[in-house]
Design a protein around this ligand. Structure first.
Ligand code: PEP
Length: 250
């Protein structure tokens, strides 16, 4: 399985020229990748400026629950597709914090997959308690996300395990590779009740949360992550390029 490294630019950078520069920097390393595919998820207004290549795909940071109509400010999955997008991040914790419910996420996943987009479903707990209550939360997020989705849809699903406490420049620390590995085993177990053991074992699971050039390799090697979701460090061209190279060589 190819590794996947996803850049979530969030609401950055400010200008189209900065966006183009980041893509140019990515192209410098992407051409030589042997085991890794790169996905860049820019703000939607930059999509038209950034052409996907064989090694660099484009992703949406979110999509609408609807296909068309009176939904001011929303962008549909077909519109994303026509803009070159092949992946969609769904259920990012920053969107959940704005009121996105598990039911909305379930609807978005259904729409995205039925339109042929690959879904990067973000799950993760706000805090990790010693009694393991956070696992119940994680289980609920997963079960509600795939509720009543046909089993074959699992083929288009990628899970990004992103503990909220590890996300962002202000996070104190990333998860540990061992912690990630434990969660990914749990995620596969929960999803196996939906899509079966074989498919659950094949689901790509990415780690996200304060990934940087120092810790990237450990999540791939010790944590057995199928890839990484990178936020603020994907905006620093030098660090981003290093992370991509490290993941490909790991
Ligand atoms: C994210 O928010 O998806 C993320 C991974 O952020 P960061 O790398 O900045 O922690």
């Amino acid at each position: 399985m190819h590794r996947l490294i996803v850049a979530n630019w969030k609401m950055n950078p400010d200008t189209p020229s900065e966006a183009r520069a980041l893509v140019t920097a990515t192209k410098l390393v992407a051409g030589n990748l042997r085991h890794t595919n790169v996905v860049i998820c820019p703000p939607a207004v930059f999509l038209a400026l950034l052409k996907p290549t064989r090694k660099i795909a484009l992703g949406a940071q979110d999509i609408s629950t609807e296909l068309r109509g009176a939904y001011t400010g929303s962008i549909s999955a077909p519109m994303m597709k026509y803009s070159g997008v092949t992946y969609a991040i769904i259920g990012h914790s920053e969107r959940r914090a704005l009121g996105e419910t598990d039911e909305i996420i379930n609807q978005k996943i259904k729409i995205a997959l039925s339109q042929g987009l690959r879904v990067i479903l973000c799950v993760g707990e706000r805090a990790r308690d010693e009694h393991g209550h956070y696992l119940k939360h994680l289980r609920e997020q997963l079960e509600k996300a795939v509720y009543r989705l046909p089993r074959p849809m699992a083929k288009g699903l990628i899970i990004a395990y992103e503990p909220i406490w590890a996300i962002g420049v202000d996070a104190k620390q990333a998860d540990t590779p061992a912690g990630f590995l434990e969660q990914s085993i749990f995620i596969r177990k929960v999803l196996s009740h939906w899509c079966g053991r074989t498919m659950a074992l094949e689901l790509p699971i990415l780690y996200g949360g304060s990934v940087n050039p120092k810790n990237a390799v450990s999540f791939i090697k010790e944590g057995e992550a199928n890839g990484l979701l990178v936020g603020h460090e994907s905006l620093r061209a030098d660090h981003w390029r290093e992370i991509i190279k490290i993941v490909d060589h790991a």
